[in-house]
Design a binder for this molecule. Structure first.
Ligand SMILES: Cc1cc2nc3c(=O)[nH]c(=O)nc-3n(C[C@H](O)[C@H](O)[C@H](O)COP(=O)(O)OP(=O)(O)OC[C@H]3O[C@@H](n4cnc5c(N)ncnc54)[C@H](O)[C@@H]3O)c2cc1C
Length: 548
């Protein structure tokens, strides 16, 4: 029933021609942010916007549109296309069992618990329900996102079972529209024409699967051998009594290896940066793989192991297939962006390149990891929500959503394209000054800069006069203070003691959740000190791990 309503809404949304200019500025409060258009800002004209993806990023973008004052909203036609049957993105389980090369709809597995404390995984001012464990199972995250979509009436704007398969730009560098091909729930292609395209399709869907010399021959020696990416990981049972090599020490690799070692004969983990991660002593750490022989896997330190299965927890490719199909994004694994003429390389992407580029880790050139600076279209034509990592995604998605919504409404507040390109060069330069390669780092923010990143987006809107001059710093103090090296161990300890309910009692507001995290962290710290237990704090544990 809902999808019928949406389909009829869709035809209305996209068949209407441009409406007239709005009559005047709005002064209506929207979720704490007040629109106060300064005289310099042009009034919004009618615009159509398509968002792609109803995970946490797409929902945040949608919310920032729905909470605009009514007068402003009347000038916008917006719709979100989601290829699956509900909201939630990676947190929505896939009931189908698929085998390679077919890809599952989500990397979710039944035993998945969050690796970040749940109070930090919230949109501003929307807490998890009382009683939610600090590191809950995936079920809680899906319920939270569904509740968010219901509470703020986001469902009405979503076309489920609609997959965007191609986005083509019809226009010039200064004006134009998107021609979207959308595969609908009946299996037919529809064409949708929109002014602005917002891509919120997530970064954990297309596996990055490295390969090594000799691996095919190794596989051919026995039908029992396999090399599988963690996107197919559904639990440790598959590895019962086997000898397994897990490649990668990000969240997925650590989670899988710590589950598998309970049932497997032996588990090895190959780490690019062997470190002091809290890996059970039964698991043997190895360095990078060098190559495969017919019977063994050889590492760069020349050590060898014999295993039955290899699990690649090697992350995901930064790809947007419908942009590639529409010639809006090109794939160049080895190229880089260059604005100046110095240090030429033939394969460099320049300011006049007609497409965006992905090297599988990084999409460029983008302004603030959001707006496309591709030469073919204006910067507000194409934007991305949810690319940054090293950041708590819900609040960041929301800050990015606010930014995109307001620059679509008031494109004149943006610097010129040349200025934005120059800013991008500076951003990449700063990364180099930290000894890192921006084309490897991609959209991962430098340590300690995530609050500043979000604040900057909202401060910019405030300084340009399109949101209230009284808007406070976007990132709340308790989120800035969040640094809890003992928290996860502490929470597991509390659950083992059966005392979780007592700790959670009366915890409801953001301040109470923040206080709980402080108390658990301090309690575990004291307990470890009193018992002379010394763990090397795991830096990944409290830094919003996103190498999945
Ligand atoms: C195994 C795993 C565990 C994780 N654990 C944590 C954690 O503990 N804490 C944390 O903060 N983060 C975690 N993450 C990161 C997680 O991905 C983000 O937290 C967040 O949920 C990403 O949301 P998103 O909306 O950006 O993308 P997604 O959740 O991937 O949503 C994208 C949506 O876009 C839709 N879509 C894609 N292409 C199209 C198309 N062409 N047409 C229409 N719809 C399309 C998809 O169906 C999907 O619904 C984890 C990730 C993984 C893989």
């Amino acid at each position: 029933m809902r999808s019928q309503v949406i389909l009829s809404l869709l035809s209305t949304y996209f068949s209407t021609s441009r409406l007239s200019f709005l009559s005047g500025p709005s002064s209506k409060l929207s979720s704490g942010l007040k629109e106060v258009f300064s005289d310099d800002n042009q009034l919004p004209v009618n615009k159509s916007i398509a968002i792609v993806g109803a995970g946490s990023a797409g929902l945040a973008m949608l919310k920032t549109l729905t909470e605009l004052p009514d007068e402003t909203k009347q000038s916008l036609n917006f719709i979100l296309f989601e290829e699956r049957e509900d909201v939630g993105g990676i947190w929505l389980p896939d009931i189908n069992i698929v085998h390679p090369p077919q890809l599952p709809e989500t990397p979710l597995y039944p035993r998945l618990r969050t690796n970040t404390p749940v109070p930090t995984m919230t949109y501003p001012n929307v807490t998890f329900p009382p009683g939610t464990p600090l590191f809950p199972s995936h079920v809680h995250i899906l319920a939270y996102l569904k509740r968010y979509a219901s509470r703020f009436d986001l469902y009405d704007h979503i076309a489920f079972n609609h997959k965007v398969t191609e986005a083509k730009w019809l226009g010039t560098p200064y004006a134009g529209q998107w021609n979207l091909t959308v595969l609908n729930s009946n299996g037919t292609n529809e064409t949708k024409i929109v002014d602005h395209l917002v891509v919120a399709t997530g970064n954990n869907h297309i596996p990055r699967s490295p390969s090594w010399p000799g691996q095919d021959s190794w596989l051919r020696q026995s039908t029992d051998r396999e090399i599988l990416h963690s996107i197919y990981y559904k639990g440790p049972e598959r590895y019962t009594n086997k000898t397994v090599l897990v490649v990668g020490g990000g969240a997925s690799g650590r989670d899988a290896s710590s589950q598998i070692y309970g049932v497997a004969q032996k588990v090895y983990v190959s780490l690019h940066h062997p470190s002091s991660l809290e890996i059970p002593p039964e698991i043997e750490i190895r360095p990078d793989i060098s190559h495969f022989t017919n019977n063994t896997i050889v590492f760069v330190d020349k050590s060898q192991v014999k295993v039955d299965s290899v699990l690649l927890a090697t992350g995901y490719q930064m790809r947007k297939p419908f942009l590639e199909a529409g010639d809006v994004m090109a794939i160049h694994p080895k190229t880089r962006f260059r604005q100046s003429n110095e240090d030429d390389r033939d394969d460099d992407i320049t300011a006049s390149s007609p497409t965006l580029t992905t090297n599988f880790k990084y999409i460029f050139p983008l302004h603030k990891h959001i707006l496309s600076l591709c030469a073919s279209h204006p910067p507000t034509a194409l934007s991305f929500i949810g690319l940054p990592s090293g950041i708590a995604n819900c609040p960041s998605d929301y800050a990015q959503g606010l930014f995109v919504t307001h620059v679509i409404l008031y494109p004149n507040i943006l610097p010129s394209r040349d200025e934005m390109l120059a800013e991008l060069e500076l951003q990449e330069q700063t990364i180099r000054e930290h000894g890192l390669n921006p084309y490897e780092v991609g959209h991962r923010l430098l340590n300690g800069t995530s609050s500043e990143y979000q604040d900057d987006l909202v401060d910019f809107l405030r300084d340009k006069g399109v949101i209230s001059p009284y808007t406070p710093k976007f990132v709340e103090q308790w989120r800035r203070d969040a640094n809890y090296p003992y928290l996860r161990r502490g929470w597991i300890h509390i659950e083992d003691l059966g005392e979780a309910d007592q700790w959670l009692e009366g915890v409801e507001t953001e301040a109470e959740w923040a206080d709980l995290m402080n108390r658990v962290d301090a309690w575990q710290h004291d307990w470890e000190n009193e018992n002379n237990i010394s763990f090397v704090p795991d830096p990944l544990q409290f830094s919003y791990v996103d190498d999945y």
